[in-house]
Design a protein around this ligand. Structure first.
Ligand SMILES: [Zn+2]
Ligand SMILES: [Zn+2]
Ligand SMILES: [Zn+2]
Ligand SMILES: [Zn+2]
Ligand SMILES: [Zn+2]
Ligand SMILES: [Zn+2]
Ligand SMILES: [Zn+2]
Ligand SMILES: [Zn+2]
Length: 566
Protein backbone atom coordinates (compact mmCIF):
# COMPACT_ATOMS: atom_id res chain seq x y z
CA UNK A 1 0.00 0.00 0.00
CA UNK A 2 1.38 3.39 -0.96
CA UNK A 3 0.58 6.67 0.77
CA UNK A 4 -3.11 7.45 1.11
CA UNK A 5 -4.41 10.93 1.81
CA UNK A 6 -7.29 11.20 4.23
CA UNK A 7 -9.18 14.12 5.70
CA UNK A 8 -9.73 14.29 9.43
CA UNK A 9 -13.46 13.61 9.63
CA UNK A 10 -13.88 13.43 13.36
CA UNK A 11 -11.87 13.98 16.51
CA UNK A 12 -13.25 11.75 19.24
CA UNK A 13 -12.81 12.54 22.88
CA UNK A 14 -10.96 9.35 23.78
CA UNK A 15 -7.49 8.83 25.17
CA UNK A 16 -6.25 5.94 23.04
CA UNK A 17 -3.60 6.23 20.35
CA UNK A 18 -5.69 4.59 17.65
CA UNK A 19 -7.64 5.70 14.62
CA UNK A 20 -10.74 4.60 12.73
CA UNK A 21 -10.17 4.11 9.01
CA UNK A 22 -12.48 3.60 6.03
CA UNK A 23 -13.28 0.02 5.13
CA UNK A 24 -11.68 0.45 1.70
CA UNK A 25 -8.25 0.59 3.38
CA UNK A 26 -8.81 -2.85 4.89
CA UNK A 27 -9.94 -4.12 1.49
CA UNK A 28 -6.84 -2.78 -0.27
CA UNK A 29 -4.66 -4.29 2.47
CA UNK A 30 -6.37 -7.66 2.26
CA UNK A 31 -5.40 -7.90 -1.38
CA UNK A 32 -1.76 -7.63 -0.33
CA UNK A 33 0.07 -10.77 0.67
CA UNK A 34 0.20 -12.03 4.28
CA UNK A 35 -0.90 -9.25 6.61
CA UNK A 36 1.08 -8.80 9.77
CA UNK A 37 -0.90 -8.16 12.94
CA UNK A 38 -1.31 -5.87 14.74
CA UNK A 39 -1.86 -3.42 11.91
CA UNK A 40 0.29 -0.32 12.25
CA UNK A 41 0.10 2.84 10.16
CA UNK A 42 2.50 5.72 9.83
CA UNK A 43 0.52 8.93 10.13
CA UNK A 44 2.06 12.15 8.86
CA UNK A 45 0.76 15.69 9.22
CA UNK A 46 2.46 18.80 7.87
CA UNK A 47 4.44 19.09 11.07
CA UNK A 48 4.94 15.67 12.64
CA UNK A 49 4.88 11.96 12.12
CA UNK A 50 3.67 9.21 14.43
CA UNK A 51 2.52 5.60 14.28
CA UNK A 52 -0.97 4.51 15.22
CA UNK A 53 -3.02 1.37 15.60
CA UNK A 54 -6.52 0.87 14.26
CA UNK A 55 -9.61 0.73 16.42
CA UNK A 56 -12.14 -0.05 13.71
CA UNK A 57 -12.55 0.14 9.95
CA UNK A 58 -15.74 2.14 10.17
CA UNK A 59 -14.81 5.73 9.21
CA UNK A 60 -16.63 7.33 6.26
CA UNK A 61 -14.77 6.97 2.94
CA UNK A 62 -11.69 9.22 2.49
CA UNK A 63 -11.76 10.26 6.13
CA UNK A 64 -9.97 9.30 9.28
CA UNK A 65 -11.28 9.47 12.83
CA UNK A 66 -8.59 10.41 15.32
CA UNK A 67 -8.55 10.90 19.08
CA UNK A 68 -7.87 14.16 20.92
CA UNK A 69 -4.27 13.32 21.91
CA UNK A 70 -3.39 12.37 18.31
CA UNK A 71 -5.01 15.59 17.07
CA UNK A 72 -2.98 17.61 19.58
CA UNK A 73 0.27 15.81 18.84
CA UNK A 74 -0.02 16.25 15.07
CA UNK A 75 -1.59 19.71 15.23
CA UNK A 76 -4.70 18.50 13.42
CA UNK A 77 -8.28 19.63 13.36
CA UNK A 78 -11.31 18.55 11.36
CA UNK A 79 -10.82 18.89 7.60
CA UNK A 80 -7.00 18.74 7.73
CA UNK A 81 -5.28 16.28 5.41
CA UNK A 82 -3.02 13.54 6.72
CA UNK A 83 -0.88 11.00 4.93
CA UNK A 84 -1.32 7.37 5.93
CA UNK A 85 0.87 4.40 5.11
CA UNK A 86 0.70 0.79 6.26
CA UNK A 87 3.97 -0.19 7.86
CA UNK A 88 5.53 -2.67 10.22
CA UNK A 89 7.73 -1.85 13.19
CA UNK A 90 10.16 -3.86 15.31
CA UNK A 91 8.90 -5.08 18.67
CA UNK A 92 9.78 -2.61 21.41
CA UNK A 93 12.06 -3.70 24.23
CA UNK A 94 12.30 -0.53 26.31
CA UNK A 95 10.46 2.76 26.65
CA UNK A 96 11.34 5.87 28.64
CA UNK A 97 8.41 8.13 29.45
CA UNK A 98 8.48 11.59 30.94
CA UNK A 99 5.58 12.50 33.19
CA UNK A 100 4.55 15.45 35.29
CA UNK A 101 2.03 14.06 37.72
CA UNK A 102 2.57 11.98 40.79
CA UNK A 103 1.12 8.56 40.14
CA UNK A 104 2.09 4.96 40.53
CA UNK A 105 2.85 4.98 36.81
CA UNK A 106 4.38 1.57 36.24
CA UNK A 107 1.44 -0.73 37.07
CA UNK A 108 -0.91 1.80 35.50
CA UNK A 109 0.99 1.94 32.22
CA UNK A 110 1.57 -1.80 32.11
CA UNK A 111 -2.19 -2.15 31.80
CA UNK A 112 -2.97 1.06 29.95
CA UNK A 113 -0.40 0.88 27.16
CA UNK A 114 -1.30 -2.42 25.47
CA UNK A 115 -5.02 -1.63 25.39
CA UNK A 116 -4.68 1.97 24.27
CA UNK A 117 -1.65 1.93 21.99
CA UNK A 118 -0.36 -0.39 19.32
CA UNK A 119 2.82 1.47 18.47
CA UNK A 120 4.88 4.21 20.06
CA UNK A 121 7.01 6.86 18.42
CA UNK A 122 9.55 9.10 20.13
CA UNK A 123 7.85 12.45 20.76
CA UNK A 124 4.32 11.06 21.21
CA UNK A 125 2.45 12.81 24.00
CA UNK A 126 0.12 10.23 25.49
CA UNK A 127 -2.84 11.23 27.62
CA UNK A 128 -3.35 8.53 30.20
CA UNK A 129 -6.73 8.56 31.85
CA UNK A 130 -6.75 7.66 35.49
CA UNK A 131 -9.51 8.27 37.99
CA UNK A 132 -11.28 10.57 35.59
CA UNK A 133 -8.26 12.79 35.07
CA UNK A 134 -5.85 12.95 32.17
CA UNK A 135 -2.14 12.67 32.82
CA UNK A 136 0.51 13.55 30.27
CA UNK A 137 3.27 11.08 29.40
CA UNK A 138 5.80 11.96 26.71
CA UNK A 139 7.69 9.18 24.92
CA UNK A 140 11.33 10.23 25.32
CA UNK A 141 13.27 7.17 24.25
CA UNK A 142 12.51 3.81 22.69
CA UNK A 143 14.49 0.64 22.05
CA UNK A 144 15.47 -0.78 19.59
CA UNK A 145 14.30 2.02 17.25
CA UNK A 146 12.60 5.41 17.42
CA UNK A 147 9.25 3.78 16.65
CA UNK A 148 8.24 0.37 17.92
CA UNK A 149 5.31 -2.01 18.16
CA UNK A 150 4.30 -2.64 21.78
CA UNK A 151 1.94 -5.58 21.35
CA UNK A 152 3.05 -9.02 22.57
CA UNK A 153 6.37 -7.77 23.81
CA UNK A 154 8.02 -7.34 27.18
CA UNK A 155 8.52 -3.61 27.55
CA UNK A 156 11.07 -2.32 29.99
CA UNK A 157 9.34 0.77 31.39
CA UNK A 158 11.32 3.70 32.71
CA UNK A 159 9.48 6.69 34.12
CA UNK A 160 11.21 10.01 34.65
CA UNK A 161 9.84 13.21 36.16
CA UNK A 162 6.76 13.38 38.33
CA UNK A 163 6.78 12.12 41.84
CA UNK A 164 6.71 8.36 41.98
CA UNK A 165 4.68 8.49 45.19
CA UNK A 166 1.10 7.39 44.89
CA UNK A 167 -1.56 10.07 45.22
CA UNK A 168 -4.09 9.76 47.98
CA UNK A 169 -7.27 9.06 46.12
CA UNK A 170 -10.62 10.58 46.71
CA UNK A 171 -13.60 8.34 46.91
CA UNK A 172 -15.08 6.45 49.81
CA UNK A 173 -13.60 5.30 53.07
CA UNK A 174 -13.09 1.65 53.85
CA UNK A 175 -14.59 0.18 57.04
CA UNK A 176 -17.26 2.90 57.15
CA UNK A 177 -20.85 2.68 55.94
CA UNK A 178 -21.28 4.69 52.74
CA UNK A 179 -24.52 6.06 51.35
CA UNK A 180 -24.64 4.87 47.76
CA UNK A 181 -25.72 6.99 44.82
CA UNK A 182 -25.86 6.82 41.03
CA UNK A 183 -22.53 8.66 40.85
CA UNK A 184 -19.77 6.07 41.04
CA UNK A 185 -17.09 6.44 43.70
CA UNK A 186 -13.62 5.31 42.76
CA UNK A 187 -10.61 3.74 44.46
CA UNK A 188 -7.48 1.87 43.52
CA UNK A 189 -8.37 -1.82 43.22
CA UNK A 190 -7.23 -3.77 46.30
CA UNK A 191 -6.37 -7.47 46.43
CA UNK A 192 -9.31 -8.37 48.59
CA UNK A 193 -12.64 -6.83 49.42
CA UNK A 194 -15.39 -7.80 51.80
CA UNK A 195 -18.62 -6.11 50.84
CA UNK A 196 -21.68 -5.73 52.98
CA UNK A 197 -24.77 -4.22 51.40
CA UNK A 198 -27.37 -5.13 53.94
CA UNK A 199 -29.97 -2.67 52.79
CA UNK A 200 -29.89 -1.87 49.09
CA UNK A 201 -27.77 -2.94 46.15
CA UNK A 202 -24.12 -2.23 45.45
CA UNK A 203 -22.81 -2.30 41.88
CA UNK A 204 -19.09 -2.84 41.43
CA UNK A 205 -17.35 -2.25 38.11
CA UNK A 206 -14.26 -0.80 36.41
CA UNK A 207 -13.29 2.82 37.02
CA UNK A 208 -16.04 5.28 35.99
CA UNK A 209 -17.81 2.63 33.94
CA UNK A 210 -20.14 1.51 36.68
CA UNK A 211 -23.86 2.14 36.63
CA UNK A 212 -27.02 0.20 37.29
CA UNK A 213 -26.95 -0.84 33.63
CA UNK A 214 -23.28 -1.65 33.40
CA UNK A 215 -21.40 -3.42 36.15
CA UNK A 216 -19.24 -6.41 36.87
CA UNK A 217 -20.75 -7.40 40.22
CA UNK A 218 -24.15 -6.71 41.75
CA UNK A 219 -24.11 -7.32 45.46
CA UNK A 220 -26.91 -7.62 47.98
CA UNK A 221 -26.14 -8.88 51.45
CA UNK A 222 -22.50 -9.82 51.92
CA UNK A 223 -19.93 -11.00 49.44
CA UNK A 224 -16.21 -11.60 49.31
CA UNK A 225 -14.33 -10.40 46.23
CA UNK A 226 -11.03 -12.22 45.91
CA UNK A 227 -7.93 -11.21 43.94
CA UNK A 228 -9.16 -13.02 40.83
CA UNK A 229 -12.60 -11.34 41.05
CA UNK A 230 -10.96 -7.95 41.45
CA UNK A 231 -8.49 -8.46 38.62
CA UNK A 232 -11.39 -8.14 36.18
CA UNK A 233 -11.91 -4.56 37.31
CA UNK A 234 -8.56 -3.13 36.24
CA UNK A 235 -6.23 -0.84 38.20
CA UNK A 236 -9.07 1.08 39.79
CA UNK A 237 -12.69 0.28 40.40
CA UNK A 238 -15.83 2.15 41.26
CA UNK A 239 -19.01 1.47 43.16
CA UNK A 240 -22.49 2.91 42.93
CA UNK A 241 -25.98 1.80 43.84
CA UNK A 242 -28.62 2.59 46.38
CA UNK A 243 -28.89 2.03 50.10
CA UNK A 244 -25.92 1.66 52.40
CA UNK A 245 -22.83 -0.46 52.03
CA UNK A 246 -19.62 -1.09 53.91
CA UNK A 247 -16.44 -2.13 52.14
CA UNK A 248 -13.69 -3.74 54.17
CA UNK A 249 -10.20 -4.75 53.10
CA UNK A 250 -10.20 -7.84 55.33
CA UNK A 251 -12.79 -10.50 56.04
CA UNK A 252 -14.58 -9.89 59.34
CA UNK A 253 -13.42 -12.30 62.03
CA UNK A 254 -15.89 -15.12 62.43
CA UNK A 255 -17.44 -14.73 65.85
CA UNK A 256 -16.74 -17.64 68.07
CA UNK A 257 -19.90 -19.63 68.48
CA UNK A 258 -18.56 -21.68 71.33
CA UNK A 259 -20.11 -20.59 74.59
CA UNK A 260 -22.71 -18.66 72.57
CA UNK A 261 -26.34 -19.30 71.82
CA UNK A 262 -28.49 -18.18 68.93
CA UNK A 263 -31.13 -15.63 69.90
CA UNK A 264 -34.45 -16.87 68.45
CA UNK A 265 -35.64 -13.30 68.00
CA UNK A 266 -32.81 -11.42 66.31
CA UNK A 267 -30.81 -14.46 65.04
CA UNK A 268 -27.58 -13.14 66.58
CA UNK A 269 -25.04 -15.18 68.53
CA UNK A 270 -25.13 -14.12 72.17
CA UNK A 271 -22.68 -15.15 74.94
CA UNK A 272 -24.28 -17.79 77.15
CA UNK A 273 -23.88 -15.84 80.40
CA UNK A 274 -25.90 -12.90 79.05
CA UNK A 275 -28.31 -15.01 76.99
CA UNK A 276 -31.34 -14.75 79.28
CA UNK A 277 -30.89 -11.05 79.78
CA UNK A 278 -30.49 -10.54 76.01
CA UNK A 279 -33.48 -12.59 74.88
CA UNK A 280 -35.85 -11.04 77.38
CA UNK A 281 -34.67 -7.60 76.27
CA UNK A 282 -34.90 -8.66 72.64
CA UNK A 283 -38.39 -10.07 73.06
CA UNK A 284 -39.63 -6.90 74.70
CA UNK A 285 -38.02 -4.52 72.23
CA UNK A 286 -37.92 -6.34 68.91
CA UNK A 287 -40.51 -7.23 66.39
CA UNK A 288 -40.00 -9.84 63.71
CA UNK A 289 -41.76 -9.34 60.37
CA UNK A 290 -43.27 -12.35 58.57
CA UNK A 291 -40.35 -12.09 56.11
CA UNK A 292 -37.89 -12.82 58.90
CA UNK A 293 -36.38 -9.37 59.26
CA UNK A 294 -36.17 -8.13 62.84
CA UNK A 295 -36.77 -4.51 63.75
CA UNK A 296 -36.57 -2.80 67.08
CA UNK A 297 -39.96 -1.81 68.51
CA UNK A 298 -41.89 -1.49 65.24
CA UNK A 299 -41.78 -2.31 61.55
CA UNK A 300 -40.78 0.83 59.63
CA UNK A 301 -43.40 2.24 57.28
CA UNK A 302 -41.11 1.94 54.24
CA UNK A 303 -40.39 -1.74 54.80
CA UNK A 304 -41.45 -3.62 51.67
CA UNK A 305 -41.79 -7.11 50.27
CA UNK A 306 -41.26 -7.45 46.54
CA UNK A 307 -44.32 -8.94 44.82
CA UNK A 308 -42.13 -10.42 42.09
CA UNK A 309 -39.13 -11.94 43.84
CA UNK A 310 -38.26 -12.89 47.39
CA UNK A 311 -36.41 -9.63 48.11
CA UNK A 312 -37.39 -7.32 50.92
CA UNK A 313 -35.89 -4.20 52.36
CA UNK A 314 -36.31 -0.80 53.90
CA UNK A 315 -36.60 2.11 51.47
CA UNK A 316 -35.52 2.04 47.80
CA UNK A 317 -38.50 -0.10 46.83
CA UNK A 318 -38.83 1.75 43.51
CA UNK A 319 -35.17 1.18 42.73
CA UNK A 320 -35.66 -2.50 43.33
CA UNK A 321 -38.84 -2.73 41.26
CA UNK A 322 -37.05 -1.10 38.32
CA UNK A 323 -34.87 -4.20 38.06
CA UNK A 324 -37.97 -6.23 37.22
CA UNK A 325 -39.16 -3.87 34.49
CA UNK A 326 -38.91 -5.12 30.91
CA UNK A 327 -35.97 -3.77 28.94
CA UNK A 328 -34.42 -4.27 25.50
CA UNK A 329 -30.72 -4.35 24.66
CA UNK A 330 -29.51 -2.57 21.52
CA UNK A 331 -28.84 -6.02 20.04
CA UNK A 332 -32.50 -6.93 20.39
CA UNK A 333 -32.21 -9.09 23.49
CA UNK A 334 -35.28 -8.64 25.67
CA UNK A 335 -35.55 -9.39 29.36
CA UNK A 336 -35.86 -7.58 32.66
CA UNK A 337 -33.77 -4.47 33.30
CA UNK A 338 -31.45 -6.50 35.53
CA UNK A 339 -31.02 -9.42 33.15
CA UNK A 340 -30.31 -7.06 30.24
CA UNK A 341 -27.59 -5.46 32.37
CA UNK A 342 -26.10 -8.90 33.09
CA UNK A 343 -26.40 -9.71 29.39
CA UNK A 344 -24.54 -6.53 28.39
CA UNK A 345 -21.70 -7.41 30.73
CA UNK A 346 -21.43 -10.97 29.46
CA UNK A 347 -22.66 -12.39 26.17
CA UNK A 348 -24.22 -9.47 24.29
CA UNK A 349 -22.85 -9.87 20.74
CA UNK A 350 -22.40 -6.08 20.58
CA UNK A 351 -20.18 -5.94 23.64
CA UNK A 352 -16.85 -4.39 22.65
CA UNK A 353 -13.78 -6.45 23.38
CA UNK A 354 -10.12 -6.07 22.52
CA UNK A 355 -9.41 -9.00 20.19
CA UNK A 356 -6.31 -10.89 21.28
CA UNK A 357 -5.47 -11.76 17.68
CA UNK A 358 -6.08 -8.61 15.58
CA UNK A 359 -5.79 -6.23 18.58
CA UNK A 360 -8.77 -4.21 17.38
CA UNK A 361 -11.68 -3.13 19.56
CA UNK A 362 -14.49 -5.10 18.03
CA UNK A 363 -17.93 -6.46 18.87
CA UNK A 364 -17.45 -9.87 20.47
CA UNK A 365 -20.23 -11.51 18.34
CA UNK A 366 -21.83 -14.80 19.27
CA UNK A 367 -19.63 -17.51 20.75
CA UNK A 368 -20.42 -21.15 19.99
CA UNK A 369 -20.49 -23.71 22.79
CA UNK A 370 -17.02 -24.85 21.74
CA UNK A 371 -15.71 -21.26 21.80
CA UNK A 372 -17.07 -20.83 25.32
CA UNK A 373 -15.21 -23.92 26.48
CA UNK A 374 -12.03 -22.41 25.00
CA UNK A 375 -12.79 -19.08 26.63
CA UNK A 376 -12.77 -17.11 23.39
CA UNK A 377 -15.38 -14.82 21.89
CA UNK A 378 -17.22 -15.36 18.61
CA UNK A 379 -15.09 -12.75 16.88
CA UNK A 380 -11.86 -14.26 18.19
CA UNK A 381 -13.05 -17.67 17.03
CA UNK A 382 -12.99 -16.70 13.35
CA UNK A 383 -10.29 -14.04 13.71
CA UNK A 384 -7.99 -16.69 15.25
CA UNK A 385 -8.58 -19.00 12.29
CA UNK A 386 -6.41 -16.78 10.13
CA UNK A 387 -2.90 -18.13 9.74
CA UNK A 388 0.53 -16.62 10.09
CA UNK A 389 3.88 -18.20 9.35
CA UNK A 390 5.69 -19.50 12.42
CA UNK A 391 8.94 -17.56 12.77
CA UNK A 392 10.76 -20.72 13.83
CA UNK A 393 9.64 -23.43 11.43
CA UNK A 394 8.05 -21.22 8.76
CA UNK A 395 4.92 -23.36 8.60
CA UNK A 396 1.53 -21.60 8.48
CA UNK A 397 -0.15 -21.79 11.88
CA UNK A 398 -3.61 -20.61 12.92
CA UNK A 399 -3.31 -17.61 15.22
CA UNK A 400 -5.45 -19.34 17.85
CA UNK A 401 -3.04 -22.29 17.87
CA UNK A 402 0.10 -20.15 17.83
CA UNK A 403 0.61 -20.22 21.58
CA UNK A 404 0.37 -24.02 21.75
CA UNK A 405 2.55 -24.28 18.64
CA UNK A 406 5.24 -22.13 20.26
CA UNK A 407 5.07 -24.27 23.39
CA UNK A 408 5.75 -27.32 21.23
CA UNK A 409 8.81 -25.62 19.78
CA UNK A 410 9.90 -24.80 23.29
CA UNK A 411 9.61 -28.42 24.42
CA UNK A 412 11.50 -29.48 21.29
CA UNK A 413 14.16 -26.91 22.00
CA UNK A 414 14.67 -28.04 25.57
CA UNK A 415 14.74 -31.73 24.73
CA UNK A 416 17.38 -31.53 22.00
CA UNK A 417 20.56 -33.49 22.70
CA UNK A 418 23.77 -31.48 22.95
CA UNK A 419 25.67 -31.60 19.64
CA UNK A 420 29.16 -33.12 19.47
CA UNK A 421 31.91 -30.77 18.35
CA UNK A 422 35.28 -31.47 16.82
CA UNK A 423 37.93 -32.49 19.37
CA UNK A 424 40.27 -29.90 17.88
CA UNK A 425 40.00 -27.06 20.42
CA UNK A 426 40.50 -24.46 17.68
CA UNK A 427 37.71 -25.87 15.53
CA UNK A 428 33.95 -25.47 16.16
CA UNK A 429 32.69 -27.88 13.48
CA UNK A 430 29.90 -30.28 14.45
CA UNK A 431 30.86 -33.95 14.21
CA UNK A 432 27.89 -35.85 12.82
CA UNK A 433 29.37 -39.32 12.47
CA UNK A 434 32.27 -41.02 14.17
CA UNK A 435 34.30 -41.57 11.00
CA UNK A 436 37.54 -41.37 12.95
CA UNK A 437 38.37 -42.60 16.42
CA UNK A 438 39.94 -39.26 17.37
CA UNK A 439 36.61 -37.40 17.38
CA UNK A 440 37.86 -34.86 14.83
CA UNK A 441 35.77 -33.35 12.06
CA UNK A 442 36.58 -34.53 8.55
CA UNK A 443 38.44 -31.30 7.78
CA UNK A 444 40.71 -31.57 10.82
CA UNK A 445 41.23 -35.29 10.33
CA UNK A 446 41.96 -34.96 6.60
CA UNK A 447 45.71 -34.17 6.86
CA UNK A 448 46.17 -37.09 9.27
CA UNK A 449 44.38 -39.60 7.09
CA UNK A 450 46.32 -42.40 5.43
CA UNK A 451 45.49 -45.71 3.77
CA UNK A 452 48.58 -47.31 5.35
CA UNK A 453 48.18 -50.48 7.30
CA UNK A 454 48.38 -49.16 10.86
CA UNK A 455 47.04 -51.81 13.27
CA UNK A 456 48.33 -50.24 16.51
CA UNK A 457 47.88 -46.58 15.45
CA UNK A 458 51.60 -45.86 15.75
CA UNK A 459 51.78 -44.36 12.25
CA UNK A 460 48.89 -42.01 13.00
CA UNK A 461 50.63 -40.95 16.21
CA UNK A 462 53.81 -40.30 14.23
CA UNK A 463 51.89 -38.08 11.77
CA UNK A 464 50.37 -36.09 14.63
CA UNK A 465 53.76 -35.74 16.27
CA UNK A 466 55.23 -34.39 13.04
CA UNK A 467 52.34 -31.95 12.67
CA UNK A 468 52.74 -30.62 16.24
CA UNK A 469 56.52 -30.30 15.89
CA UNK A 470 56.06 -28.30 12.71
CA UNK A 471 53.37 -26.11 14.28
CA UNK A 472 55.43 -25.33 17.38
CA UNK A 473 58.80 -24.82 15.71
CA UNK A 474 58.00 -23.31 12.30
CA UNK A 475 54.36 -22.22 12.67
CA UNK A 476 51.51 -22.27 10.19
CA UNK A 477 52.35 -18.79 8.89
CA UNK A 478 48.67 -17.73 8.74
CA UNK A 479 48.08 -14.16 9.91
CA UNK A 480 44.77 -15.05 11.62
CA UNK A 481 46.18 -17.93 13.70
CA UNK A 482 45.58 -17.71 17.47
CA UNK A 483 46.48 -21.33 18.23
CA UNK A 484 48.30 -21.43 21.59
CA UNK A 485 50.35 -24.39 20.29
CA UNK A 486 51.53 -22.71 17.08
CA UNK A 487 54.57 -20.51 16.67
CA UNK A 488 52.61 -18.13 14.44
CA UNK A 489 49.70 -18.00 16.88
CA UNK A 490 51.85 -17.28 19.95
CA UNK A 491 54.86 -15.60 18.39
CA UNK A 492 57.09 -17.72 20.66
CA UNK A 493 60.21 -19.07 19.03
CA UNK A 494 61.24 -22.48 20.38
CA UNK A 495 64.19 -24.72 19.61
CA UNK A 496 63.59 -28.27 18.47
CA UNK A 497 64.78 -29.44 21.90
CA UNK A 498 62.21 -27.27 23.72
CA UNK A 499 59.41 -28.38 21.40
CA UNK A 500 59.71 -32.14 21.97
CA UNK A 501 58.47 -32.32 25.61
CA UNK A 502 55.47 -30.11 24.72
CA UNK A 503 54.58 -32.40 21.82
CA UNK A 504 54.87 -35.44 24.08
CA UNK A 505 52.40 -33.84 26.50
CA UNK A 506 50.04 -32.88 23.67
CA UNK A 507 49.93 -36.45 22.42
CA UNK A 508 48.76 -37.65 25.84
CA UNK A 509 45.80 -35.24 25.89
CA UNK A 510 42.28 -36.17 24.92
CA UNK A 511 42.01 -32.95 22.93
CA UNK A 512 43.83 -31.53 19.94
CA UNK A 513 45.29 -28.15 19.08
CA UNK A 514 45.66 -27.94 15.32
CA UNK A 515 45.64 -24.70 13.34
CA UNK A 516 42.48 -24.01 11.37
CA UNK A 517 41.61 -22.05 8.23
CA UNK A 518 40.47 -18.43 8.31
CA UNK A 519 36.74 -19.16 8.09
CA UNK A 520 36.92 -21.55 11.04
CA UNK A 521 39.08 -19.13 13.04
CA UNK A 522 36.40 -16.46 12.60
CA UNK A 523 33.60 -18.86 13.55
CA UNK A 524 35.52 -19.94 16.65
CA UNK A 525 35.36 -16.37 17.95
CA UNK A 526 31.61 -16.86 18.40
CA UNK A 527 32.19 -19.83 20.69
CA UNK A 528 32.96 -19.01 24.31
CA UNK A 529 31.52 -19.63 27.79
CA UNK A 530 28.64 -17.14 27.89
CA UNK A 531 27.06 -18.59 31.02
CA UNK A 532 23.80 -19.14 29.12
CA UNK A 533 24.42 -21.77 26.46
CA UNK A 534 26.75 -24.73 26.28
CA UNK A 535 29.74 -24.02 23.99
CA UNK A 536 28.56 -26.87 21.77
CA UNK A 537 25.30 -24.98 21.11
CA UNK A 538 27.19 -21.82 20.22
CA UNK A 539 29.27 -23.96 17.81
CA UNK A 540 26.09 -25.39 16.32
CA UNK A 541 24.59 -21.90 15.95
CA UNK A 542 27.55 -20.38 14.10
CA UNK A 543 27.84 -23.48 11.91
CA UNK A 544 24.17 -23.25 10.89
CA UNK A 545 23.98 -19.49 10.35
CA UNK A 546 25.69 -17.12 7.98
CA UNK A 547 26.46 -14.42 10.55
CA UNK A 548 26.64 -13.79 14.30
CA UNK A 549 23.32 -11.91 14.55
CA UNK A 550 21.49 -14.81 12.96
CA UNK A 551 23.37 -17.22 15.19
CA UNK A 552 22.27 -15.35 18.34
CA UNK A 553 18.66 -15.54 17.14
CA UNK A 554 19.06 -19.21 16.27
CA UNK A 555 20.28 -19.89 19.82
CA UNK A 556 17.14 -18.33 21.31
CA UNK A 557 14.75 -20.36 19.21
CA UNK A 558 16.62 -23.65 18.96
CA UNK A 559 19.08 -24.20 21.79
CA UNK A 560 18.30 -25.23 25.37
CA UNK A 561 19.90 -22.99 27.96
CA UNK A 562 22.24 -24.36 30.62
CA UNK A 563 20.17 -26.29 33.16
CA UNK A 564 17.05 -25.99 31.02
CA UNK A 565 17.42 -29.23 29.06
CA UNK A 566 14.87 -31.92 29.89
ZN1 LIG B 1 -31.76 -10.97 70.07
ZN1 LIG C 1 -41.07 -8.01 56.08
ZN1 LIG D 1 -38.07 -8.20 43.39
ZN1 LIG E 1 -27.25 -7.19 23.75
ZN1 LIG F 1 -9.80 -10.00 15.77
ZN1 LIG G 1 6.72 -23.48 14.08
ZN1 LIG H 1 37.64 -29.76 13.22
ZN1 LIG I 1 48.88 -21.72 13.43
Amino acid sequence: MSHVQLAVGEVVDATNWKVDLPESILESLSSESELEYPLIFALTSQTTKTHVGVRQFSAPESTITITTPIAQALGLSIGDIVKLKHTSLPKGSAVKLKTETALDWKPLLERWLPTNCTALTVGDTLMVSYLGQLHKAVVEELEPENAVCIIDTDLDLEIVGGNQQFDTLTGFEYDMPIALSEVPLTKETPDYLFVEATNGVLYVGPELATSRESFTYRITGTRELTASDLKKLGPSFSVCGYGMATLTLAAPAVESQEGSKLCPVCSKWVPEQSFILHTSFCQRNSIKCECGQVFSRQIPSDHWHCPVCSANGVGFEEAHLKEHEPSTCSCGFEDTFLNVAYHRASDCPERIILCRFCHLSVAQEIASAADKVLGITGHESHCGNRTADCHICGRPVRLRNMEAHMQQHDVQRRSRGTPVTCKNQNCVAIVKDESNALGLCSKCFGPLFSLDNDPDGSRLRARMERKYVLQLSTGCGKSWCTNQYCRTGTGIQRSFKDVLPIVKELLLMNAFYFCVDQIMAKKAMFVYEDGVYDRAWRSMAITQCSNETEAEEWLQTHAPKLGEAV
